[in-house]
Design a protein around this ligand. Structure first.
Ligand SMILES: [Zn+2]
Length: 343
């Protein structure tokens, strides 16, 4: 059977019965057609237009995945970094996070097992009504830390309320903290250094893992961390978007550092992240959405914000890039999340 006929056969077979996609899709991904754009929206409705847009033997920019697979997965995942407060505020959602999940049921796969909610606005630390409600919910844990964008706002009062917030029983880490030299940050480097150091010391004192935000500041970031923390400290280097060379430097320098990859990996233009995804050992990887930011490329049309359920897209895209089953990515990252966050 030549590829074209086989492909048509496969397509008619799973168009008839969508539940068969769980069986068909890994086959397609494994060796038959990596160029077929397989999304759970388009496949069911408009297969012929896809063929026009994606010629049969055209080499894809980014290997495809089928998020429909995840409906049937036994392995679970945790979104290791999201901003629940921003997520609900941005959408003007009045209910609880549990209500939000119900509303967006279609895009929360069964394999979703919870999230680490990161509270990084220093003005919210002493306003418990802004974050405590999220921590009352099942399968939501927390990290608190002053974001480098807010370094200029940090003072003794903020530090006191940060330390108080960190006492909450569902806190699992301190962060996101770090350095950001991009033009989105107007805080002086010296101010950022000082705020970063002070918070690293608090983490050390409280024996909490740290969540690092480091944008265009790798050398200074590594230097400051090694001045304050022991080499084997547990670190989540969050939303990594730089080159594999820089990723290796971090991984080699800190043996208990994990790199967080977001749905930036689903963007065809994010070549350096694809390289990191291909090369990073599974035992050093964390899945994260950084929701509400970074909407997966393959999410349903019109999706404006991402949410923790969409970490499955990160896993699927990384599996497709590594050409391995998504189950392997989920199992490894689930283990890493347990190691870092004790969840
Ligand atoms: Zn973040």
């Amino acid at each position: 059977m030549n590829t074209g006929i086989f492909f048509d056969y496969m397509k008619s077979f799973f168009l008839k019965d969508l539940t068969n996609m769980a069986v068909a899709a890994p086959l397609l991904r494994a060796n038959v057609r990596t160029d077929f754009k397989l999304t759970y929206v388009d496949t069911a409705t408009n297969a012929s237009s896809q063929r026009t847009r994606y010629p049969l033997f055209k080499q894809p920019q980014l290997p495809a995945y089928n998020v429909f697979d995840s409906k049937y997965l036994e392995s679970g995942f945790i979104d290791s970094h999201c901003h629940l407060d921003f997520l609900l505020q941005r959408q003007g959602f009045k209910g609880s996070y549990a209500d939000y999940q119900k509303r967006h049921q279609a895009t929360f796969p069964n394999s979703y097992q919870g999230c680490i909610a990161v509270f990084c606005n220093p003005f919210s630390f002493n306003k418990r009504y802004m974050w405590e409600k999220y921590l009352r919910e099942d399968k939501v844990w927390a990290a608190f830390g002053c974001h480098p964008h807010n370094a200029k706002d940090y003072n003794d009062d903020i530090e006191r309320s940060l330390c108080a917030a960190l006492e909450h029983p569902k806190v699992r880490a301190l962060g996101e903290i770090g350095l950001d030299y991009s033009n989105r940050n107007n805080c002086l480097k010296e101010v950022q250094f000082e705020v970063f150091r002070r918070q690293l010391k608090i983490a050390l004192m409280k024996k909490l893992p740290v969540v690092i935000h480091c944008r265009d500041a790798h050398e200074d970031g590594m230097r400051i961390i090694s001045q304050v923390l022991p080499k084997d400290y547990t670190i989540h280097l969050h939303c990594f978007t730089d080159t594999w060379e820089w990723a290796q430097k971090w991984l080699n320098k800190f043996p208990n550092l994990f790199i967080g990859i977001t749905n930036v990996v689903t963007f065809p233009s994010a070549k350096s992240v694809h390289e990191v995804a291909k090369n990073i050992p599974l035992d050093r990887l964390l899945l994260e959405t950084d929701a509400p930011y970074f909407v997966p490329k393959r999410s349903p049309k019109g999706t404006r914000w991402s949410h923790p359920g969409m970490a499955i897209h990160v896993a699927e895209q990384i599996a497709a890039l590594k050409n391995i089953p998504v189950k392997n990515v989920l199992q490894a990252t689930r283990k890493n999340t347990r190691f870092v966050y004790n969840v």
